[in-house]
Design a protein around this ligand. Structure first.
Ligand code: CTP
Length: 392
């Protein structure tokens, strides 16, 4: 993925949320992001440099006059080849310092001397956050080009409830990953269907396909990270839609067809991941069907093929299909690709991916088949979109 081998300077300032920085370092290192921790004196009151050194695998810098830096200029040396600086937690005082270009300790000097993006994750009491001075500072910092991450709302260490809580480590990791992802789909509009459809037999029973929605949701997140504007049409899934997307719930094939068709006109890309039921009951019962000893016959009628309909529109977007097969994967998948006239189809064997976090996928396009090594769906989503960005 885009973020592997990136170098991040993590600046920790004085605040209770400093404990979350420890978990963040662990997550960043797991993603192969090299983390150089720099702490303020105040931060050392909340979490020790020893903890941060153990987790990052590198000595932690605090003071301006560190003799272990060969040229004696840590403020230049530490940020020289950094890809970004993240301040987490950023105290109200440190944010004020950044706004005024102060340089009275190593971390603030590093920020002033940097030549890379600055990301700031505020953490403070709600009154401090709401204070006009802080709000002015945040507006100025944003105008100066810094990326503000959060804060979140919720219960605070001081017992109050409100805005000011630092984002959780996982959320900061997602923000960093998004930041480091090349913007291959900048400005593109992408419509994605995900999950299964439920075709009701009666008010409590339905025909469905097995689909967790994980692949479609991973693609939605990856497309956002690449700079796309994403509309997600969600079928039945237990997942929470990613932030910064338009999510439309459509739990049966008919509703999904309508949701797609009424949003397709200005889309650049359509990715049809949903496991749409090919049939639905012709006459769903209004009342719950009672148990009988006789055989129960349910008449099914075919549903519209959403992907095929979109692909045959006069100004069709770039269409991507998915095919789950139980045998003869490449043969069946290529036949499907040709039949639906798709420039790209993602094929997988049912037992190798359905419901799982990992998958083995083969991409079929006009140049042939490309099998992606087994990986988690989040990684695969990036690879599919990177491949797609080369085709459009
Ligand atoms: N699809 C769709 N609408 C349908 C059925 C399928 O948009 N009513 C899309 C799926 O989202 C997927 C692709 O078509 O991208 C392939 O679906 P699949 O069910 O595997 O293909 P079918 O053409 O239905 O073939 P079969 O069920 O015979 O394998």
């Amino acid at each position: 993925m885009g973020q592997a081998n990136k170098k991040l300077v993590l600046g920790i300032t004085g605040g209770i949320a400093a404990y979350k920085a420890a978990e963040l370092v662990r997550l960043l290192v797991k993603k192969n992001i090299a983390v150089q921790v720099v702490m303020t004196e105040a931060a050392c009151q909340f979490i020790t440099p020893v903890t941060m050194q153990a987790l990052s695998g590198k000595p932690v810098f605090i003071g301006m006059w560190d003799s272990s830096i060969s040229n004696g200029m840590p403020h230049i040396e530490l940020s020289r080849d950094a890809d970004a600086i993240l301040i987490a937690p950023a105290s109200a005082d440190f944010i004020a310092k950044l706004v005024h270009g102060r340089a009275d300790d190593l971390l603030s000097t590093l920020c002033l001397a940097r030549d890379c993006p600055l990301l700031v994750a505020p953490a403070m009491n709600k009154q401090m956050w709401d204070n006009p001075a802080t709000q002015r500072n945040i507006a100025q910092l944003t105008a100066d080009g810094a990326h503000i991450l959060g804060p979140d709302t919720g219960e605070q260490a001081c017992g109050e409830v409100g805005l000011g809580r630092m984002l959780e480590a996982e959320e900061l990791l997602s923000a960093i990953e998004a930041h480091f992802t090349p913007k291959l789909l900048a400005g593109k509009r992408v419509l994605i269907t995900a999950g299964a459809t439920l075709e009701m037999i009666d008010p409590v029973r339905a025909i469905t396909n097995l689909s967790s929605g994980k692949m479609g949701y991973a693609l939605a997140q990856a497309a956002i990270n690449m700079g796309a504007k994403v509309t997600l049409v969600s079928g039945a899934t237990a997942l929470t839609p990613p932030a910064n997307i338009t999510n439309i719930n459509a739990t049966n094939a008919q509703a999904m067809y309508q949701a797609v068709m009424s949003n397709i006109s200005n889309q650049d890309i359509f990715i049809s991941v949903a496991a749409v039921a090919d049939y639905s009951p012709s006459k769903p019962s209004v009342q719950k069907i009672k148990k009988q000893t006789a055989t129960l016959n349910i008449e099914l009628q075919p549903n519209k093929d959403i992907l095929a309909e979109v692909a045959s529109l006069p100004n069709a977007p770039f269409c991507v299909g998915f095919a789950a097969e139980t045998q003869d994967l490449l043969k069946h998948a290529e036949t499907k690709r040709q039949a639906k006239k798709l420039p790209l189809l993602v094929a997988n064997l049912v037992g190798e991916s359905m419901g799982q976090d990992d998958a083995t996928l083969t991409l079929l396009d006009n140049n042939g088949a490309h099998t992606l090594p087994r990986a988690c769906k989040k990684v695969l989503a990036n690879e599919i979109l990177t491949h797609l960005s080369r085709l459009i």
